[in-house]
Design a protein around this ligand. Structure first.
Ligand SMILES: Nc1nc2c(ncn2[C@@H]2O[C@H](COP(=O)(O)OP(=O)(O)O)[C@@H](O)[C@H]2O)c(=O)[nH]1
Ligand SMILES: [Mg+2]
Length: 377
């Protein structure tokens, strides 16, 4: 903490010095409690003194009722049932396609979020129930990258604690979390939810002491065969627990109950710590990657320009007669219409958006109309 930070200064709260809001992306298996958790943090932030209402985005097109009031709801833009019908898809394909269609409009969503950045402290994303739809889709990656390059972002990985008490389940859940961490490279909080049903201390112990985890493994039914000998799964997991040990060092774990509201303060402490991590680690990396990309692009441009010039020179040397005629002739230009030489770029960004309903499911080519998609089987 720097000593000259304007902690108690009355001018510290003026809008010009306001910190950027933190974006919290909730990710987790279906039924882990993502939506309930979003509802809980929403009511927690409202109950603060002074209240600090968040800006909430619901990205689950298939949810029938969300337990919170979303500021932007994918369901306002896309009718998931209509998508399933039009594209002849099942539930998962429908959710994925709906998310893809929504992502084509995400720049506008981001614009709305950025507009509110002056007034809110938290932006919260609730993701579709099925984890893989968000974590392993192009649109999930586009949305994550878009928000993370605009605002400080943290991933809240929600875990169904009562359902992860078996060592093998625990490990697969941790491996999944690990894969998301390495994919997004964002600050990461493991949120052990439903602690009202099952306290999460066993998980903390396993994370801090891999010998305790290996002990649990060897005594658990599922990992020994009929004679009580460890199965191949057991030894595989034994070695993996050593690998995961490194992963655990990079994240924070908190226990919460979205039902009772326990652990909310700890969660937001972890969110604040993530802000520092984002600024010190993610942001420099992002800027470095951007600069590198810019440089590669510039180098490629220069390279192709150089080659073009070289080709031209060779061409002229080989064919001096043609080169003599190959120059600008002011006479020939005389009757050319000057107006045609300028390209008109049209800026449509001024067109109405806020609140406008765009039914992107209707954005199909004309000749698509009436087309029937082949059905397997
Ligand atoms: N006991 C308990 N149940 C919870 C808690 N959080 C969520 N649930 C329940 O878990 C189920 C799935 O929650 P939901 O938020 O829809 O999960 P999502 O699919 O991850 O969005 C619901 O029945 C919730 O009531 C919690 O902290 N404690
Ligand atoms: Mg949900």
């Amino acid at each position: 903490m720097s000593e000259n930070a304007p902690v108690d200064s009355p001018v510290g709260s003026s809008s010009s010095t306001k910190r950027k809001p933190m974006v919290i992306i909730t990710i987790g298996m279906a039924g882990a409690g993502k939506s309930t958790f979003v509802q809980r943090i929403n009511s927690y932030l409202h109950s603060l003194d002074p209240p600090s209402p968040p800006y909430i985005l619901n990205l689950d097109p298939a949810v029938t009722n969300v337990p919170f009031e979303a500021n932007i709801d994918i369901r306002d833009t896309i009718n998931y049932h209509e998508v399933m019908k039009q594209y002849n898809l099942g539930p998962n394909g429908g959710i994925l396609t709906a998310l893809n269609l929504f992502t084509t409009k995400f720049d506008q969503v981001l614009g709305l979020v950025e507009k509110r950045a002056e007034t809110v402290d938290h932006v919260i994303l609730d993701t579709p129930g099925q984890i893989e739809i968000f974590t392993w889709s192009a649109s999930g990656a586009i949305i994550t990258d878009a928000v993370a390059s605009s605002l400080p972002t943290v991933v809240a990985y929600i875990i169904d604690t009562p359902r992860t008490t078996a060592p093998a389940t625990f490990m697969s859940n941790m491996l999944y979390a690990c894969s998301i961490l390495y994919k997004t490279k964002l600050p990461f909080i493991l949120v052990f939810n439903k602690t009202d049903v099952q306290p999460h201390d066993f998980a903390i112990e396993w994370m801090h002491d891999f010998e305790a985890f290996q002990q649990a493994l060897s005594s658990h039914r599922g990992t020994t065969d009929d004679e009580g000998e460890p199965t191949y799964m057991n030894s595989l997991m034994n070695s993996m627990s050593l690998v995961l040990d490194e992963f655990y060092k990079h994240l924070t774990a908190v226990g919460v109950s979205s039902m009772t509201g326990a652990g909310m303060k700890e969660f937001f402490d972890a969110v604040e710590a993530s802000r520092t991590e984002y600024e010190n680690e993610y942001l420099p990396e992002l800027q470095r990657a951007r600069a590198a990309r810019e440089q590669t692009l510039q180098a490629a441009k220069e390279d192709s320009m150089n080659r073009l010039m070289k080709d031209l020179a060779v061409d002229r040397a080989r064919n001096p007669d043609a080169a003599l005629h190959d120059r600008w002739d002011p006479e020939a230009e005389e009757d050319a219409d000057d107006d045609d030489t300028e390209l008109n770029i049209i800026d449509r960004s001024e067109e109405a958006w806020p609140g406008q309903y765009i039914d992107v499911t209707k954005m199909r080519r004309r000749d698509d109309e009436g087309m029937t998609w082949p059905r397997p089987g």
